[in-house]
Design a protein around this ligand. Structure first.
Ligand SMILES: C[S@@+](CC[C@H](N)C(=O)[O-])C[C@H]1O[C@@H](n2cnc3c(N)ncnc32)[C@H](O)[C@@H]1O
Length: 449
């Protein structure tokens, strides 16, 4: 996280509770069982703010002594026949104390006669870094080790995003983050490489879209707090109220293709045989900055970069005759990039409007190919610095960047390809009976601006 956000943008570690292990036997152990997990809270930059979430509590009214430590001459007057104890002062000045007495919030202790002020009853508190009021996991979707509790993700998103923001979970797991983001009208991107992308994430998110998922934060639970009159279905105060989800929105689902190029046994770069003609044409268009949009009638128009500039990808050996035929069909103001495996030497520079390139060669050096793990090459972390103006960002080796070399294949087809899968969605829900989506959190400053 330091590498991505910069160490100086670290804000807090938030504690959440794990499901408690049921341990009966007391044995000697090397370490204690973990009862908590941590959320590491980072911001994008120094000028990002969040509205702290609230949590439900049951707090009864109580009275508290009116003095506080420290010497404050303007707050050391006589009140109900008493002065503050030595080295202490009253909490407020004379005027404020009078207002509190008038409103019944400051009185003399019936037993001792000393001033005391009222702490009203309440049903919500502002959250600090201890979030043990929400259990971290739930077990509704049969995910092997349990899923994150939707309420937990809701609290994080409510605090750090507003409607329409993007939420990324690059380790989607059971899909909780996407489901919650969707129900909260955020846009989202989820990435998952496991088979449970098909067995868990997809079915779950389809249920979110069609509104049959009524678990988690879907249902509105009216708050019992009378002080929240007029705001009973708000998902903000108390943090444990649902959104009234009834379905809507949608998402696109992509498979990440394998590396386009690989080495053969002679150490030559070749096109991975799992790429069929369409996939290859899509990939080449993407690599070369063309929009893939095959023309229905003209076979060599696979995509375009401008109105008149086209790309054509073929695995055939391109001969002069073949090139001439294409050129005959081209209009004078059209230009074409041909990506092929090989071509007759005489093709090169034959036409000013046609550029011809060999596929492996034209891509090499531009991306990493033929690896299972495209790990970022990240240099060692810098030590924390006391200078607040110092950027905590770590430089990344350029070779580690932009190394997603495969085309993203759209559509709902079942691809035989390996690699991570990716969903991009947005929640635009059907209008709930009661629209509880509080206006309050739109006022909130975004965490990631
Ligand atoms: C603990 S789960 C994620 C839980 C989820 N983010 C949540 O909040 O409930 C981690 C997931 O990350 C997936 N994963 C691990 N490495 C990955 C990678 N390189 N690309 C995509 N997914 C990955 C695992 O398959 C696993 O499902």
């Amino acid at each position: 996280m330091d590498e991505i956000f910069g160490r100086k943008n670290f804000r807090n570690t938030i504690i959440i509770s794990r499901i408690k292990k049921n341990i009966r036997e007391r044995e000697k152990v090397k370490a204690l069982n973990y009862a908590h997990d941590v959320i590491v809270f980072y911001a994008k930059s120094d000028d990002c703010f969040v509205l702290p979430p609230t949590k439900s509590v049951e707090r009864r009214e109580r009275w508290h002594a009116f003095d506080a430590p420290g010497i404050r001459p303007t707050m050391e007057y006589e009140l109900f026949g008493h002065r503050p104890p030595a080295g202490r002062h009253w909490l407020y000045d004379k005027n404020r104390a009078k207002t509190l007495i008038d409103s019944g919030d400051l009185r003399s202790n019936p037993r001792t006669g000393k001033p005391q002020y009222r702490i009203p009853s309440g049903t919500e508190d502002i959250c600090d870094t201890l979030w043990i009021d929400i259990t971290a996991s739930s077990f509704k979707w049969n995910f092997p080790s349990g899923e994150k509790n939707e309420k937990l993700i809701q609290r994080i998103l409510e605090m750090s995003t507003i409607e329409g923001d993007f939420v990324l979970d690059s380790f989607l797991g059971s899909g909780t983050t996407a489901a919650v983001a969707h129900k909260m009208n955020r846009r989202w991107i989820g990435i998952e490489l496991g088979e449970h992308c098909h067995t868990h994430c997809l079915p779950r998110l389809r249920k979110v879209i069609d509104g049959t998922d009524q678990g988690g934060i879907s249902k509105i639970i009216p708050t019992p707090n009378p002080s929240q009159e007029g705001n009973k279905e708000s998902s903000l105060p108390g943090g444990d109220l649902g959104v009234g989800w009834q379905g809507g929105g949608g998402f696109k689902y992509y498979y990440l293709a394998p590396s386009l190029l690989k080495k053969d046994k002679h150490d030559n770069w070749i096109i991975d045989e799992r790429y069929n003609a369409d996939m290859l044409a899509t990939a080449m268009a993407k690599h070369e900055g063309f929009r893939y949009c095959p023309d229905e009638h003209i076979y060599w128009k696979h995509g375009r970069s401008t109105e008149k500039d086209y790309i054509f990808t073929t695995t055939q050996f391109v001969t002069v005759q073949f090139l001439d035929k294409i050129h005959e069909e081209m209009k004078p103001d059209e230009s074409l990039l041909i990506c092929c495996k090989s071509f007759q030497e005489a093709c090169e520079n034959r036409y000013a409007t046609i550029t011809i390139k060999k596929i492996p060669n034209m891509l090499l050096g531009r991306c990493e190919f033929g690896k299972e793990d495209y790990s970022l090459n990240i240099v060692n972390l810098p030590e924390p610095t006391p200078d607040p103006s110092q950027e905590g960002n770590v430089e990344k080796d350029a070779s580690g960047e932009g190394n997603v070399e495969s085309p993203l294949l759209g559509g709902n087809h079942k691809s035989p390809l390996l690699g991570g899968d990716l969903g991009v969605g947005s929640g635009k829900r059907k209008k709930p009976e009661k629209d509880n989506n509080s206006k309050g959190h739109n006022k909130q400053r975004k965490l990631f601006e």
